[in-house]
Ligand binder design. Sequence first.
Ligand SMILES: [Zn+2]
Ligand SMILES: [Zn+2]
Length: 108
Amino acid sequence: MKKKQIKNKKELLQILKKVPYEDEDHKKRIICSLIGHSNICDICFGYRSCGRCGETLGDNLCSIDPGRENSVIIGHNCKICRANYKKCSWKDKYLVPNPFSKKIKKEG
Ligand SMILES: [Zn+2]
Ligand SMILES: [Zn+2]
């Protein structure tokens, strides 16, 4: 797939129309490949994964995680996560659950 700077959601949706995808998960992976992974992440057993497609982005146990300081952890709701969320663009938020939703409870 040719890499192109996608400026807004409308452009992304237009490109997606031409891409055959099998299901929602596949669609999310395609979106990540087009606009990059979300800075809104899930942390499970020290592994940080993309809040959209679920791909592992960093390993916090071994501190191999350069993107950690800019990310928002789903269900974390701390000062850093809230500050980082303000920096998130539509690219981070599209098809990603609200990280501060009360329904999601996560430790770590
Ligand atoms: Zn992703
Ligand atoms: Zn946090």
